[in-house]
Each structure stands twice: as structure tokens, then as C-alpha cells.
Design a protein around this ligand. Structure first.
Ligand code: BGC
Length: 869
């Protein structure tokens, strides 16, 4: 009876299902915002039980820690729900705030107030001093104790380091981040992390500490002798900066910060570096070193350093965290007798091995993405990266893992342990990368294409470890701009990428050369590689525009505008009066199809000036468009004129009257079509040539710059059949070839592994390179047919492209307005289309019919269409 009453009471307390609702609150595009400085922006997702409904008004309230409203917008008549900027009195530093929102729909119905989202503000004044433990191979531990004598209202901790660090309080790690403070162009931009530690603090003695390791800051980054290049990092020693701001219930504040009173020693990590891996000695670990009971007499003093605070900024992207744990699948004994664990998935992160060893027993764990043709462990493609963990046991049960590096691997090889000692259930792998929200899914009737989509998503997981990287395993793992440029559109469909790219783009601008050239990698390692290369440098224009279109917040354009302009101005300067940009060495259509013996002229090498001109014009157009969005009419006119001139020069110089390009390659036609280089009436001529180029080879021949667009170009020219033929080609080169070879990620090369499973040792052969995965954009956008028709999906276009023998495709996307989806089926000639359009958006739907597309305008809600085709 009591129970029944409780249920009844609960039911009565629950409000009736809301008709208009609001959820998914974000501050600065983050669902776990912290370290907020300046005036934050607020976003939310509304919903309604009515179709064709939209937001007519909103009201936002921001509360301080005592629940007092510090900002109340009142009812604002607006349909905006993306990045509404705070406009109240300045927020206090080191303070916890909450906010909530309610909305009204088009019929004037109000939602409930949303649940509150918490955010903590950043620091305005650093009192902490940089502390510098001695630079040795071993990772330093740093600690100090402090006493809390009064009841605490809040305690906010700020940490950053030269190197990477893990923060601790009273014996437990603070937060869940790995690889903090992240990888940035450190001289310009070093992020600090903000942690709300109120719940972890206790009355009496507390101990705060951190463990440091080299990380990106102090590891060798790059593949040549480090003496040859000038590091862009200011120091060659590690350092820690930490400040805790305690606010007591009586209103007073106290600061505990790094200073000369901190003490240091070493712990279990004997060595750690990004490429090499990590060595941990359990016997050397100092148990409970960060607890009050620990006796730290004998720990060394630290020195302090005057590095200043000028480059410090709060972390404004997602932290690197463990996203999932993958169980070990199989223990193999290779023909060579190696003990190898297969995780069944090429992934990025670290192994976790629960094991109780004998004192001094050293287990060496090597990492590999593939086995060779004989089934032996293969590490040649890691080049100079050792990628090894060493775990030295004591006699206690341990959960060995690395904490300051990451590996790209599907297989691990175990040495120093007998086969009988290995228990598969005790071995797993943690997948670690920037904690970006999953926002997209794509499924279809072809299992091989579904595997391709899975490989694309795993490529994203593996190459988004705080910066967008080329690959996660060998001695690179660098922020290659070209790779980022070709993959960004696909990334936005699969994960919430706004904060991630916005953060990295700031470094693109910081590292840009004084003459406007954009560096090949960001953060830049000077002397390692160059700058100003076609397709790579265009990351500076293409990615901000991509992010703006996907998320609808012009802030990224504002942030990047000068940088975007400077890159285009560089090209314009180099082109001069001819408007032809054709100078300099370039990577070109990197990794295009190449035959060893080219007597038949079948290698597919695109004339680089053709690529240059197309990218020059495209980037100029992007700047013109950005100028328009930002209300800079003069610039808009200037850059659109520049783009027109560049296109004119292209047509005059590189195109014949019959629509031949001087470079008769798939990539040349693709890039010319995608970047609108020829007048409308010439497009069919170029399209014809592109088709001929595809048919004459019978497969794709494009490299990085062509591959990311070839399917889109074919669809844009009405050649879906050709696009599908390329997609479904199962031999080399083609997207499905690696899939048929059992790939679980995207390969760097079309032939990273040959059909007989031999692996060409060509010095550059990663099995986890996302670039060719850029077809993911086409799968969502064209094949399934779901794309933005206005920035941020405020207007949506659903235009499926059935074909290729598929019976269904379904793309779902959590847009800034909520879930949108396009699901089509084809049975015989009966086509059906089910569409979901989120609240506060509208859509144009194109239903394929026998006679072409039939256009419908719809509002939010679910819509069903069918036709005969
Ligand atoms: C990287 C690439 C990069 C290229 C430059 C390679 O070593 O892995 O993906 O874009 O160099 O051409």
C-alpha cells in the first residue's frame, strides 16, 4: 500500500508531457562548459508536438551560485536558438553559474523552464607561480597540502602545464581528461583546464598534486633529427601552474596555488613520450602520495620560473577522454611465435591490462595496426615511433595502462609474460579522443558500405586527439592542414565539431607566416615542413566556412576573418596582374593513382597550377561570402571580383573551347566543377570529360584533393550512376577495396595492403588516415540526401539520390535544431521517403519520380512521400 501511494504521489508530481519543450543546452557550443571568460553564448534545442512549428520567443535566465538571477532576458521575440550572447553584468571569475531557458512556439505556447546547465567561469588573475621540477626521464610528482578551516561554498581549480599533466586531490584524479592541457601552438596559446572540485574538498588537511610528463610540449614531434628544426616551444623543461580558488560560505576567498612551497619527487612513470610510449615501474610508484597521511619529508624543493601568463586561455574545446572500452577479442600465436592480442578494431588510445606479476617482471607491449602477409606482427609503418609500453610488476594486482601518450593499434604484442599467464578477460583497450558529441549516423542496404561508414567514424575517433591529425600511430600524429581540410565536412556530419575546429583554427591563424602563408601542420614545428601549399593552406578558408554552414554561428568567421583574408591576399599577391597563381612547389593531388611503369600514360598526375587556380578562386569566394555574413560590403565586393578574375584567367589559360582542361585527369575536372571555375554552359562539357576519365580507367584515380569531391561533382552533374560505380568498385583503387581486405579504418593509400596481404614499405603507409574517408560527406549529403540549405540547418534540403542497387539508405543528423533524418527505400520502382525535420526549421524536399524531382516545402515534423521511379 505504501509503495502504491508512493507511485501515485510520484505520478502526481510529474508534469504532463510537455507539448513544447527545450533541452540540450550548450554554452559556447559545449555541453560541459567550463573556464568561461568574457560573455558566453547560449544555445538550445526546442521541440514541439505540432508539426510546422517554430520558436517565436525565448527567455534566458542566468543565476549565480546563490540562485539569484544575474541576467534575465525577459521574453525576447526571436526564433534564434544558436549562440545567443550573454549581455548582463560582467560574470565573476572562478564562479559557478547556472542558466536555463524557456521558449514559446508559433502558437504562443510556452515550454517549461529547461533543466539548468552549470558552467564555471575562468580566472582573471593568476597568483600561481610556474613551478619547475628537475628535468629527468622520470615523470615528476608535485604536491602540497593546505587546510580548509571553514565551510566551503565552492572550490574551483585551474591547472595547466608545459608538458602534459594529471591533477590529483586527496588521492583521486581530478576530472577525467587525458593529455591535458592539450596540443596548441604553445607560444601563442596554452590552454588551462577548469575543474569544479567542491565535492572533493574536505574540512581539515587536503593535498593537491599533479604528475607531469613530456606530452607534445617536450616530446620530439616530427620525423627528422630535432636539431634540424626550431621548436616553437619556448622552454625545454616541464612546468606546472595550478591555482585553486576556494570561496567560503562566509563570503571570504582563499587561493591555494603553485609556489616555492610545493615539493617534488618521482613516481612510477620512468619514461613517457608521444611516439615512444611509456614505462611504468609499479615498485617505484609512491602509493597514496597525494593524500594527507603521506609523509613527504625528503621530497625536493621546486624552482619557480617567470613564464608569465600571456599565452594562457581557458580550454574551449572538449577534453580528451575515454569514449569506450574495447574488449580483447583473440589471443594469437603468430608464425614467429609472438603472443598477439587482437582487438578486432584499429583504434586509438591505450591498452589496459589487469595483472598480478612477479616482482621485477617486465611486460613489454608493442602496438601494430596490421599483421603482415604471414600473420606476423607488423610495425615497419610506425617508422621511428617505438610505440611501446613497459610495465614492471611488483607483487600487487595492477591495472596497467598508459596515461601520457596514445597509440594507434588493433594488435598488441606481449613480451615478458607467458601464454598461460594471459587471460583475455583482463585485457581491454580504452579509446581516447576529444569528447565530441556523436551527431550523425548513416546506414544502408549494403553491408560493405556500412563498414566503410564505420571505418570513417573510427578514423574520426583516432585522429581527433585534441588536434585534427593525419594519422595516430607513426612518427607524425601532426595537425596536417590538408588532411583536416578534406575531412572537415565529413567530420561535421558525424560529431559535433564546432568547438574542436574553432579551437584549432585559432592556431592556424597564430602560426600563419607574416606573408599570409598557412603552415602545412598546425601546431607548427618550424623547419619540419613548409607553408602556402595548395589545398593544405586552404584549410584556413574552407574549414571556417564549413563550420559556419554546419553550426550556424558566425563567430568562427569573425575569429578567422583576418587569417582567411591574409591567405587569399598571399595568393593574389603571388598571382599579380595575371590573376594566375602558379608559383611555388606543392604537394598537389597527394597520393593520386600512380603506376610504376607509365608507358601507357596511365598515372594520374594533375598539373599543379590547375589545382592552384581552382583553390585560389574558391578561397577568394569564401572570403567574399564571409565578408557578406559579417557585413563588410567593401571586402565582399573586392573578393568576389578577385574570384571572378581568377576564374576568368583559369578559363583563358587552362580550358579549351571543347571543355578540355590542360590537365586531363579526374581530379582536374572534379576541382574545376566543384569550385565553379567555368561558366554554366561549359559545365556539361567538363562533366563529359570527367565521365570519360572515370570510364577509361574503370576506377577512381584521384588523390587527396580530388577524392574528397569526386562523388559530389558527379552528382552535381547528374551522374549518380558513375558516382555509385566508383563507390561500389571493390578492387584497388576504390573505397571498398580496403573494406574487402578487412580494414576497420580508412587507409592512407588506396593500396596500403596488396591483395596478397603484402604491405608495401614505402615509408609512408598508415592504416588510419581519415582523408579518403571524405566520401562520408557525400553519403549523408547526396546519397541519403540530407544537407543544410542555410547555415546551421535552419533550412534543410532533403534530396536523395537513389541508385547503385541500394534498397534503402538512412541518414540521421543532430543538427543545431535537433534531429533531422532522411530515410529512403526502393522496392522495384516504388520509392518511399521518410523525413524528419526539426522544430524551428523548414525544409525543401525533392522526391525522385520517373520524370525528375518533385519539390515540396515543409515545416517541422515527420513527412512521408512515395513515388514511382
Ligand atoms: C601526412 C599527410 C600529409 C602529407 C603532406 C604526410 O606525411 O601523413 O597525410 O598531408 O604528409 O603531403
Amino acid at each position: 500500500m505504501k509503495k502504491l501511494l508512493a507511485i501515485l504521489l510520484l505520478a502526481a508530481a510529474m508534469p504532463a508531457a510537455a507539448k513544447v519543450d527545450v533541452a540540450s543546452l550548450k554554452v559556447n557550443h559545449l555541453s560541459e562548459p567550463s573556464g568561461i571568460t568574457g560573455a558566453p553564448t547560449f544555445s538550445w534545442i526546442g521541440s514541439s508536438d505540432r508539426s510546422s512549428d517554430s520558436q517565436s520567443a525565448y527567455e534566458i535566465k542566468v543565476y549565480d551560485i546563490d540562485g539569484r538571477a544575474v541576467w534575465n532576458t525577459g521574453k525576447v521575440l526571436s526564433d534564434n536558438s544558436i549562440a545567443v550572447r550573454y549581455d548582463g553584468a560582467a560574470l565573476k571569475p572562478a564562479t559557478r553559474y547556472t542558466w536555463q531557458v524557456r521558449i514559446w512556439d508559433s502558437a504562443g505556447r510556452a515550454s517549461r523552464w529547461s533543466a539548468k546547465q552549470t558552467f564555471v567561469t575562468g580566472l582573471d588573475t593568476w597568483k600561481a607561480q610556474w613551478i619547475v621540477p628537475e628535468m629527468t626521464e622520470e615523470s615528476p610528482l608535485l604536491r602540497r597540502d593546505f587546510t580548509v578551516k571553514k565551510p566551503v561554498k565552492s572550490a574551483i581549480a585551474y591547472f595547466t602545464a608545459h608538458g602534459v599533466y594529471e591533477p590529483f586531490l586527496n588521492g583521486a584524479k581530478i576530472g577525467e581528461a587525458y593529455m591535458a592541457p592539450g596540443y596548441t601552438s604553445y607560444d601563442h596559446h596554452l590552454m588551462y583546464q577548469t575543474y569544479d572540485i567542491t565535492a572533493q574538498l574536505r574540512r581539515g588537511v587536503n593535498v593537491v598534486g599533479a604528475e607531469l610528463a613530456r606530452g607534445w610540449y617536450l616530446s620530439m614531434m616530427g620525423w627528422t633529427d630535432p636539431a634540424q628544426y626550431r621548436s616553437n616551444f619556448r622552454q625545454k623543461e616541464w612546468a606546472l601552474l595550478a591555482q585553486i580558488v576556494i570561496t567560503y560560505k562566509d563570503g571570504t576567498q582563499e587561493v591555494v596555488a603553485t609556489d616555492a612551497d610545493w615539493r617534488t619527487s618521482t613516481g612510477g612513470v620512468l619514461h613517457s613520450a608521444i611516439y615512444d610510449g611509456e614505462t611504468f615501474d609499479a615498485a617505484r610508484e609512491k602509493a597514496l602520495w597525494c593524500t594527507a597521511g603521506f609523509d613527504a619529508t625528503g621530497w625536493a624543493a621546486v624552482s619557480t620560473a617567470d613564464y608569465g601568463y600571456d599565452n594562457l586561455v581557458p580550454q574551449d574545446n572538449e577534453q580528451v577522454k575515454t569514449e569506450q572500452t574495447v574488449a580483447a577479442k583473440e589471443l594469437l600465436v603468430t608464425p614467429k611465435g609472438e603472443l598477439v592480442i587482437d582487438f578486432g578494431q584499429n583504434l586509438v588510445g591505450s591498452e589496459v591490462i589487469a595483472f598480478t606479476g612477479k616482482p621485477g617482471q617486465k611486460i613489454t607491449v608493442s602496438h601494430a595496426e596490421v599483421l603482415d602477409e604471414n600473420g606476423n606482427f607488423y610495425t615497419i609503418n610506425l617508422r621511428s615511433a617505438k610505440a611501446q609500453s613497459n610495465y614492471i610488476c611488483d607483487r600487487t594486482p595492477r591495472r596497467f595502462t598508459t596515461r601520457f601518450t596514445f597509440y594507434g593499434f588493433r594488435y598488441i604484442k606481449l613480451e615478458g609474460i607467458a601464454k598461460e599467464e594471459i587471460n583475455l578477460d583482463d585485457i581491454s583497450a580504452q579509446v581516447r579522443f576529444s569528447d565530441m558529441e556523436p551527431t550523425g549516423s548513416f546506414v544502408c542496404s549494403d553491408p560493405l558500405v556500412n563498414q566503410l561508414q564505420s571505418n570513417i567514424q573510427w578514423g574520426l575517433r583516432g585522429n581527433f586527439v585534441d588536434v585534427p591529425t593525419d594519422c595516430p600511430q607513426r612518427d607524425e600524429r601532426l595537425g596536417w592542414t590538408g588532411d583536416a581540410e578534406v575531412f572537415a565536412r565529413t567530420a561535421t556530419f558525424n560529431r559535433g565539431s564546432c568547438a574542436f575546429y574553432s579551437k584549432w583554427l585559432k592556431d592556424v591563424a597564430f602560426d600563419q607566416l607574416p606573408d599570409g602563408q598557412v603552415t602545412d601542420i598546425v601546431p607548427m614545428v618550424h623547419g619540419l615542413v613548409g607553408a602556402g601549399h595548395v589545398g593544405w593552406a586552404d584549410a584556413a578558408t574552407i574549414i571556417p566556412w564549413t563550420i559556419y554552414m554546419a553550426y550556424g554561428d558566425s563567430q568562427v568567421l569573425e575569429n578567422q576573418y583576418e587569417s582567411m583574408k591574409r591567405w587569399v591576399d598571399f595568393m593574389a599577391g603571388a598571382a599579380g596582374d595575371s590573376y594566375l597563381w602558379n608559383t611555388g612547389w606543392h604537394y598537389g593531388d597527394w597520393l593520386a593513382f600512380d603506376v610504376d611503369n607509365d608507358v601507357a600514360g596511365k598515372s594520374s598526375v594533375t598539373y599543379v597550377p590547375v589545382l592552384q587556380q581552382c583553390h585560389f578562386a574558391n578561397s577568394a569566394s569564401i572570403v567574399a561570402n564571409a565578408a557578406e555574413v559579417l557585413g563588410k560590403a567593401g571586402d565582399a565586393a573586392y573578393y568576389s571580383n578577385l574570384a571572378a578574375k581568377a576564374r576568368e584567367a583559369f578559363c583563358k589559360t587552362y580550358v579549351t573551347a571543347d571543355g578540355f582542361l590542360v590537365s586531363h585527369t579526374q581530379t582536374a575536372y572534379v576541382v574545376a566543377l566543384i569550385y565553379d571555375m567555368v561558366p554554366e554552359d561549359m559545365r556539361p562539357l567538363l562533366a563529359e570529360k570527367l565521365k570519360e576519365r572515370v570510364e577509361s580507367y574503370g576506377h577512381i584515380t584521384t588523390g587527396f584533393l580530388g577524392t574528397s569531391h569526386i562523388s559530389n561533382a558527379l552528382t552535381a552533374c547528374g551522374m549518380d550512376d558513375v558516382a555509385y560505380k566508383l563507390l561500389l568498385h571493390k578492387g584497388y583503387p576504390g573505397w571498398l577495396y580496403p573494406v574487402t581486405m578487412g580494414a576497420t579504418t580508412i587507409w592512407e593509400r588506396w593500396n596500403s595492403m596488396m591483395p596478397d596481404r603484402t604491405i608495401p614499405d614505402n615509408g609512408m603507409n598508415s592504416f588510419n588516415h581519415y582523408s579518403y574517408g571524405a566520401i562520408g560527406d557525400w553519403l549523408y549529403r547526396e546519397a541519403a540526401g540530407l544537407k543544410e540549405a542555410a547555415p546551421g540547418f535552419k533550412k534543410i534540403c532533403v534530396k536523395p539520390h537513389p541508385g547503385g542497387g541500394f534498397n534503402f539508405m538512412k541518414a540521421e543528423e543532430i543538427t543545431p535544431f535537433g534531429k533531422a533524418s532522411s530515410y529512403w527505400t526502393l522496392t522495384g520502382n516504388i520509392f518511399t521517403l521518410d523525413v524528419e525535420i526539426p522544430f524551428n526549421t523548414t525544409a525543401e524536399i525533392y522526391v525522385p519520380t520517373a520524370g525528375g524531382y518533385e519539390r515540396h516545402e515543409v515545416g517541422s515534423g515527420k513527412h512521408h512521400f512515395s513515388s514511382e521511379i
